[in-house]
Design a protein around this ligand. Sequence first.
Ligand code: GLN
Length: 599
Amino acid sequence: MKYVLVTGGVVSGLGKGVTASSIGVILKACGLRVTSIKIDPYLNTDAGTMSPFEHGEVFVLDDGGEVDLDLGNYERFLDIKLTRDNNITTGKIYQAVIDKERRGDYLGKTVQVVPHITDAIQEWIERVAMIPVDGKEGPADVCVIELGGTIGDIESMPFIEALGQFSYRVGADNFCLIHVSLVPVLSVVGEQKTKPTQHSVRGLRSLGLTPNILACRSTKELEENVKAKLCQFCHVSAENIISLYDVSNIWHVPLLLKDQKAHEAILKALNLIGVANEPALVEWKSRAELSDMLHEPVRIAMVGKYTGLSDSYLSVLKALLHASVACHMKLFIEWIPSSDLEDATAKENPESYKAAWNLLKGADGVLVPGGFGDRGVQGKIIAAKYARENKIPFLGICLGMQIAVIEFTRSVLGLQDANSTEFDPNTSNPCVIFMPEGSKTHMGGTMRLGSRRTYFQVADCLSAKLYGNKSFIDERHRHRYEVNPDMVAQLEDAGLSFTGKDESGQRMEIVELSSHPFYVGVQFHPEFKSRPGKPSALFLGLIAAACGQLDAVLKKSGTKTTAMSNGTSAIKSHQYGNADKTPNWSLGVVYSNGNGVHC
Ligand code: GLN
């Protein structure tokens, strides 16, 4: 096994995750099998308890692992399926060591950070690196390890020590360290500054790690004299200094690496020259370029809790983007804080109310994503009602599906107090109820997590067709509440079809309105399995319905082609990003608040 370690210096938020995923992409394009590990030095055992509005979304894996969103980037970029153990946290390592201590496995020894924690880290990495993640048998050739945080953080110290020992243990030919750093520009003189990188490399060396490659984030390409300076002061050869400047969308990052021959530097460090091929990135290149050229807008209203951190819905945004690119449409996201649609806002803040309604009315499609807690629920119900009554394409995900059911029960069945017991435990019409898979009395671990099977109930329903007429699908879940099976017959009689159920027939997985061009709610999260070039079926359906391509998509579903229009007219390049000097990799999506997003 060969290891590529990616560390970060100077500041966080440099796009280390995208860089590490992109390194994986070029190595894979060289014909190597790649796996990845993300190390998060925080104490939480997993991301399940962390607020998406502070840390970004909780990404869910097939095995039910609730992990850091960077694992989503790896899965999407490398088209792999990771396990919960591919995300290492301080909490997990300490828990494993303490459990061992309690069992008496340390035979009376004093248990210490060095060597017990550091050994546990190394053993974990070696064990997890061997797990196949690409559907083939046997271990991958290369494991990309991303160390979260910034060099110098107190909490990453045990990991740095462990990785220093690890590099020595596996040998220089099997270990390549790539340090991602920042080269800022001081606006007064406009000069690219190398000092922060020098300091951070010095810090890295003082901790026993020597970088093979420097990946420098900057707004513009690194100037030659700047590279020369970095060479001299950081003791890294010029061909091993990669300039990662701002690009119009993140799919260009693997291409940037290839153009600067980063793969050669990595393969040389890993003694793989001659074993691997030249990277084949034709598909990546055409997708990155296509994405830049798209100009015809498709506007999707995202009705949820919006607090300014678009990472909270990262996989949903990416799934929308994959589908839009497949339909040759430029994606515009209209963020609508759901509470702004409520009547109360009309009185308290008429401006916000008007703005929210204008955005909703101007949208080609409406998406209500997953969520917890009752804040803004009423506004989401209003949005679902608006989409249903006005025949606007609608996709409800998890909570979004429950919202659609509540809205239908209230408006069509006329049961005004219908609700989820999550929001009103005493409602007389509980159309969404707590349905744990395990214990009913024990709250801990009652979440239904990970991959579960959905069986289509009707062969010619929209969702079955979009999924290529399969009889069942496996998608990922993260919820506690579900549609009340006792109310299903009543809802179906009124026109709401439950077209997908679990194997018991008791858990409703997909709901559709056959009298509507595209009104779909799903209890699962299809966004987690969407890939560039392989958009998730339901997101493709939403975007296609929103831009008048649904019939074409339905005709083609089941075949491999996903591009729906020729999209070659009036080519105009869009550049999004902040005007200041902070490096920023745009996702290529435009938001109604005027900002691009960096990753
Ligand atoms: N809060 C809802 C539940 O627990 C929905 C969860 C979600 O949207 N992920 O069932």
